[in-house]
Ligand binder design. Structure first.
Ligand code: MG
Length: 311
């Protein structure tokens, strides 16, 4: 008899330490970042975008990328992702010992120029070079198509444009395609449409990156699951944004996403109590209320604490 095929577990990729922290005005020290990442590992998260290897003058929050990677816990099964935008970043990521690289290409010329100082065609060529070198070093490679759902400078982005970039990245060796709603403009119908367009050109695993800028982030995440996503990005506490995208607010929150997925019957390997502890830790460091709501409302079913029922 053939063994039953195991239920695929949706991967939640924790991006708080990278996409979350890089857009916060409070600069966290290395100790705090390492503690935050440690708490995320304790919560059960297994793919963590730990940092970004970009020029420290451009993103000062990530200037200690090497120091963070040198000190993160390394239990079996935990994979650390470093974001890179050029070969210099890849050199640093390889030296720092990341397990995966996330390489960004951007869907429009204006945003691509502002985000990484090159044309779209150059960013695709650069992806190919980075991808080949990273794979030769044994790393998993994700191609993220930034501004897949719309551009802050050029407006609407055609799904065919995004699919074209996804195809080129797939042909250049990507192991996974990530579709990023960098400025949080997408709605579930866009997710369905874009997924269909990308599915025409590649069978690679699809990861999605949503921001909750217009309160559509969670609906988009569930639409992505329905469309066959294998991974979703989220940040504990819902912190973060994008330093080069005007008015992009936080990522969808890992705890709120995990709650919605679990209640929808999608298994997620996360311990909510410990995840809330990780969010509380980073909230205390940032000194401002996180946008995430589960920590305030509580899990369900659960028992109301005396304090809550009295209030
Ligand atoms: Mg982002």
């Amino acid at each position: 008899m053939v063994d039953p095929v195991p239920e695929p577990v949706l991967e939640v990729v924790e991006v708080g330490p990278r996409d979350g922290l890089q857009n916060e005005s409070v600069l966290l020290g290395t100790d705090a970042k390492v503690a935050y990442i440690g708490a995320l590992v304790e919560a059960g998260l297994r793919r963590i975008e730990a940092t970004s290897f970009v020029h420290p003058g451009r993103v000062p929050q990530m200037a200690d990328a090497e120091a963070v990677m040198a000190r993160v816990p390394r239990p079996d099964g935990v994979s650390y992702i470093g974001l890179v935008v050029n070969e210099r970043g890849l050199d640093r990521a390889l030296d720092a010992g990341v397990d995966e690289v996330n390489v960004v290409v951007v869907s429009t010329e204006t945003f691509c120029r502002r985000n990484q100082g090159m044309s779209v065609a150059e960013s695709v060529r650069s992806f190919g070079v980075i991808s080949a070198r990273a794979k030769a070093a044994g790393l998993r490679v994700t191609a993220t198509v930034g501004a897949s759902f719309g551009c802050p400078f050029e407006g609407e982005v055609a799904p065919e444009t995004v699919a074209g970039l996804a195809r080129q990245c797939a042909e250049s060796g990507a192991d996974e395609i990530a579709l990023a709603d960098t400025i949080g403009v997408g709605v579930p119908a866009d997710v369905t449409r874009l997924t269909a367009a990308v599915r025409e050109v590649t069978g690679l695993p699809l990861r999605f990156h949503f921001h909750n800028t217009r309160n559509t982030g969670y609906a988009n995440a569930l639409a992505a699951v329905a469309a066959g996503a294998s991974a979703l990005d989220a940040s504990a506490g819902g912190i973060g944004g994008c330093p080069f995208a005007p008015a992009a607010t936080g990522n969808i929150a890992t705890e709120d996403l995990a709650y919605a997925l679990r209640r929808s019957g999608v298994p997620v390997d996360v311990e909510l109590d410990r995840l809330l502890a990780a969010s509380a830790l980073v909230e205390a460091e940032l000194g401002a209320h996180n946008p995430a709501l589960l920590g305030r409302a509580g899990d369900f079913p659960g028992t109301l604490s005396e304090e809550r029922s009295a209030g």
